[in-house]
Ligand binder design. Structure first.
Ligand code: PLP
Length: 394
């Protein structure tokens, strides 16, 4: 067997262990007394339009067409609907011929990385980062270089980035709004990033691609702007997913948008098609391709997450915990009051608070709190957080 795959399959999953612990505790003390903040699984229902679209499609006459294969990169009408939405919302050129439908952001990322990278290449990202980036980059034959972010803001440390870009750099992978920090990169940051990548691409004589992983694009609070990267840097691939915006993580639906303004965009798109083929990711789920075509521009009720963020952020900071204010996604990345975040998570368990240590996100000394849970659970959990803070003398 392949030892690397065996290694990946057999490695213990911290989040899965926390989840199992939560189930066991729920059986002992009742589910309402266990505060599970471990998973990024939306608790808000998809918009009614999603349910309506499913019902209408299922009432249609041609079930063979509905459940049958679409073309390998996806149903043309769906890709046209997405391209139209991109043009209208972000004012950049887009067409169906540059959209590739996928099984969510995970597939969008593995396909994009495989389309771009050759053996020995490097992909740069910024810690804290989504745990699977390393696995995805290495599967594409590249290595992941994770640069620490500015510790006070979790924004890009540009001097670190400038020092890390080398002739081996194939791509820079960004995720804004970010899992797990909740931080959003503003316009100035994006302009600076675009200028640096253009300069370095010219210096090394090859394109350095920008991969924008954006499953949380619409989950922002207080009117914060999330700049659309293809408008700033032409060699961009957008890895999108409906898992969070429409609360459909189990349906596995998303897409890759290759900017038509990218250098050799047609070839790049064909490399995406080739990577999709090589990885077995042709024809994303047919029913949900058709559902999302009818739901462009819609989101679940994001105000629930905003309320949760506000409640949790103000309570936790009043108890003495430290956290960079998140403008988006549905996570708080809280500084552990002791250096070892794993020990902090173990202590939190004594209060039935299930948190995830930041180590797997490439950032020791922090914990992630996923607040995509019900507001009622947040309210019930606050006394436990207060006791936890007091146990540290905060
Ligand atoms: N990228 C980030 C930053 C994520 O947080 C997630 C899921 O939580 C993914 C990618 C994978 O998303 P999907 O479930 O759409 O594959």
């Amino acid at each position: 067997m392949n030892r690397r795959m065996y290694g990946l399959g057999s490695k213990r999953s911290v989040i899965r262990e926390i989840f199992e612990f939560g189930k066991q505790r729920a059986a002992e003390v009742g589910a309402e007394n266990v505060y599970d903040f471990s998973l990024g699984n939306p608790s808000v229902a998809p918009p009614q339009a999603v349910e309506d679209a499913i019902e209408e499609l299922l009432r249609g006459k041609d079930m063979t067409a509905l459940h049958g294969y679409t073309s390998a990169p996806g149903d043309l009408a769906t890709r046209e609907a997405i391209a139209g939405h991109i043009c209208k919302s972000f004012g950049v050129p887009a067409d169906a011929a540059h959209i590739y439908m996928t099984c969510g952001a995970a597939a969008s990322l593995t396909i994009s990385l495989s389309a771009i990278c050759n053996a020995g290449d490097e992909v740069i990202t910024f810690a804290p980062y989504f745990t699977e980036y390393k696995v995805f980059a290495e599967t594409a034959g590249a290595s992941l270089i994770a640069l620490p972010s500015d510790p006070d803001t979790f924004q890009i440390d540009f001097s670190a980035l400038e020092g890390a870009i080398s002739p081996k750099t194939a791509a820079v992978l960004v995720n804004s709004p970010n899992n797990p920090s909740g931080v959003v990169y503003g316009r100035e940051t994006v302009e600076k990033l675009a200028a640096l990548l253009a300069e370095k691409s010219a210096e090394y004589g090859h394109t350095i691609y920008l991969i924008s992983d954006e499953p949380y694009r619409e989950l922002v609070y207080g009117g914060v702007e999330v700049p659309y990267l293809p408008a700033y840097y032409k060699d961009t691939l957008v890895c999108y997913s409906y898992s969070k915006s429409l609360s459909l993580p189990g349906e596995r639906i998303g897409y890759i948008f290759v900017s038509p303004q990218a250098k050799d965009a047609e070839e790049l798109y064909l490399a995406v098609c080739g990577a999709g083929r090589a990885l077995g990711y042709v024809c994303a789920p047919s029913l949900f391709q058709k559902v999302i075509a009818r739901c462009q521009g819609m989101t679940s009720d994001v105000s629930v997450y905003e309320k949760n963020r506000n409640t949790l952020l103000s309570a936790l900071t009043s108890y003495g915990f430290k956290c960079v204010r998140p403008d988006g996604a549905f996570y708080l990345f809280v500084r552990s009051p002791e250096p070892d975040a794993n020990a902090f998570c173990e202590r939190a368990k004594q209060y039935d608070l299930l948190l995830v240590p930041g180590d797997d996100f490439g950032c020791k000394g922090y914990v992630r709190i996923a607040y995509c849970v019900s507001p009622a659970m947040i309210a019930r959990s606050l006394p436990a957080f207060e006791k936890l803070a007091k146990s540290y003398g905060l």
